[in-house]
Design a protein around this ligand. Structure first.
Ligand code: UGA
Ligand code: MN
Length: 254
């Protein structure tokens, strides 16, 4: 099965390095299709070059996040999560790609551009039947969040969640913690990410919409004593001295 990676990305001083690092991870993974959706009005030629040089199949799209409504008032209760418009545009592209490939099995993973991914997680997610879920480090105020798994007579079962923040979420996970068999996406053509969600509830709201009644989540990597994905965030570089020098005669792309 092909792994479809949906990656929102936006212009900032660390964008190209984050995309380059992500590319260097996924180019080592067989059979991936990278759907990159820029939070921008127009395609960036620099982003396009990174994709062209990456040696993986890709789709390069743009979808600008609409201006935040009443961001001030609503922030805590009704925030506009990041990357939503882009992931939804990615879902449209994914459904288009799937309609062309004759219903072959695939897996979709919403992979943000700044996280750190082990190669192992991609091999494990490839065989997800419906919804796979696993631990992610550095989220929810913990060293890691993830499913608590018991060995039942019929195999592993999720009996609870290792989570401390907003424990009332039905699916208390980060975006990096799950992937879906693409059948769920084609069978439910109206499923998209909600444009508004309570802070930190985007994932649980999406999963509540996309996981069919009665489907049990498949825990991956639970037998390991380590994590396979880290919710890292790239520190913005200090560029405070830039104004002191004359502009480069030939601008250097960073
Ligand atoms: C956490 C989750 O890991 C995200 O998946 C979730 O979208 C986000 O919270 C949220 O609920 O808002 P965090 O590390 O705080 O993530 O978010 P970012 O990594 O800054 O953004 C998530 C993705 O959206 C990234 O791929 C980023 O490049 C993209 N993004 C961010 C945009 O496309 N536009 C923006 O204005 C900001
Ligand atoms: Mn992030």
């Amino acid at each position: 099965p092909t792994i479809y990676l949906v990656t929102p990305t936006y212009a900032r001083s660390s964008q190209h390095v984050d995309l380059t690092r992500f590319c260097y991870t996924i180019r080592q993974v067989p059979k991936v299709h990278w759907i990159v959706v820029e939070d921008a009005e127009v395609h960036s030629p620099e982003v396009r070059r990174i994709l062209n040089d990456c040696e993986v199949a890709f789709s390069h799209l743009v979808a600008l996040t609409p201006p935040r409504e009443n961001a001030q008032i609503c922030r805590k209760v009704d925030s506009q999560p990041r990357g939503v418009k882009q992931r939804n545009t990615g879902l449209v592209e994914l459904r288009r790609l799937l309609s062309l490939n004759g219903g072959r099995d695939g897996v979709v993973y919403f992979a943000d551009d700044d996280n750190t991914y082990s190669l192992e997680i991609f091999e494990r997610m490839r065989h997800i039947k419906a919804v796979g879920v696993w631990r992610v480090a550095f989220v929810g105020g913990l060293s890691y969040e993830g499913p608590v798994v018991d060995m039942g007579p019929n195999g592993p079962r999720i009996s609870g969640w290792h989570v401390a923040w907003a424990t009332d979420r039905k699916y208390p996970v980060d975006m990096a913690a799950f992937a879906l068999n693409t059948r769920l996406i084609t069978a439910q053509p109206d499923v998209y990410f909600p444009t508004h969600a309570l802070d930190g509830h985007l994932e649980t709201d999406f999963l509540s919409a996309v996981v069919p009644e009665g489907v049990e989540l498949e825990p991956l990597g639970f037998e390991l004593d380590r994590v396979l994905v880290w919710h890292t965030r790239t520190e913005l570089p200090n560029l405070r001295q830039e104004g002191k020098l004359p502009p480069d005669r030939r601008p250097i792309i960073i």
